[in-house]
Write a protein that binds this ligand. Sequence first.
Ligand code: FES
Length: 459
Amino acid sequence: MQESKTEIRDYSLVGKETPIAIKNGLADADWYQSPVTREQLRELLMRKDGPAIRDTILWIGLIFGSGFLVYLWWGTWFAIIPYIIYSVLYASTSDSRWHESSHGTAFKTDWMNTVLYEIASFMVLRQSNVWRWSHTRHHSDTIIRGRDPEIAVPRPPRIIKFIRSFLGLGGPISEFRKLFIHASGKIDAEVATYLPESDYKTVILKARIYLAIFLAVIVLSIISGSILPLMYIGLPTLFGTWLMPLYSLTQHAGLQENVLDHRLNCRTVYMNRVHRFLYWNMNYHVEHHMFPLVPYHALPKLHELIKDDCPTPYDSITDAFREIIPAVRKQMKDPTYYVDRKLPEGAGKLEDKFSITSSKDIKVANGKIEVCTLDDLPKGEVIRFDFEQKTYAVYRTNFDNYYATDGICTHGNSHLAEGIVIDELIECSKHNGRFDLKDGSPKRMPVCATSCEVSLQES
Ligand code: FES
């Protein structure tokens, strides 16, 4: 069907586009993945604490250091420079920390991801539970109209919204509206489309805590007769958010909507080391969306592996904006316009990245099915196994225990064999949800339902 140039597009999650996206198979769909061998992927998926501990100590040190200089020089012009640094680190770079820890991939140790996630959520002014679920949806349905709650530049773009995003006025205004709704004990209608009811109480409690902190800072400023407390908490959003859209608009702005290929709706932009530290390698955005299990520190390696299967990366932020600004201007007149990313010659579909045992290979004897030999399944590995229109996953953990479960994640449309075995857990490759292999029980959101265990016999 031809899209109309004048039609107003509906980006709401409860509007007319939502059933259309579902009907057209765009919701929770299978997405293209560039070919990466299981061995290469296993190396990339290796979780580490070291890089994120180092980067987080440096990041916190810079925030406290610049904040201390602001305190020392407060009342003089000298305070401006450290305050610019403080507010940008506080309000803009917390976005990438929030992002990476929400995936649970920044650190190997899970509580470290949780602590960083809660702190960064407050700094970037995002309700932690709400945004965890919103981001899960963004990964399932990236730039799908009516499904993705994180489309930064809806069409036709509104220039005022664009400008507001650099001044820290766009997101925070809508976030405060939701904070007040949630603190009053209700859940915003759009949020309710992706937030499970089991999280409602926590969301309401955390909204009250956020507002209580802001109130305490305002009271402290009034009592002390100084705006300084608000300059540390609250006002950095106004003064320091400008860097965030400079990075994040490069991710998807101007690119194609409603397409199930991250090579066509995400950008990879080369950035220097300083930007990559501040942005935690999210400039490798095609790679991140295609393989969200890969930690930020391994994204440059992943890029090297798949770059020949992806469109040419942008040379710099400036290079990306050279494309984004004219594209957005065109979309203001013609919302059907998008930047058509060209795939390189020979780029294609991945044939079969995992070892799959299909029913035609299967031997049934005495009511038992031979899945594979022990040598086919190294320690810490999982294989997919298809039998009679059903898919299973068979695991061998590093402790040399064997398990089998349903092959499809109970949260969405994803093969568990594409995930990573961590101790006695399987982590799903799509949204990093986890199941306990011992009983199939959910161990990390967004999975809530138990995965069915299948009996397995070693012989
Ligand atoms: Fe979402 Fe598995 S599909 S965690």
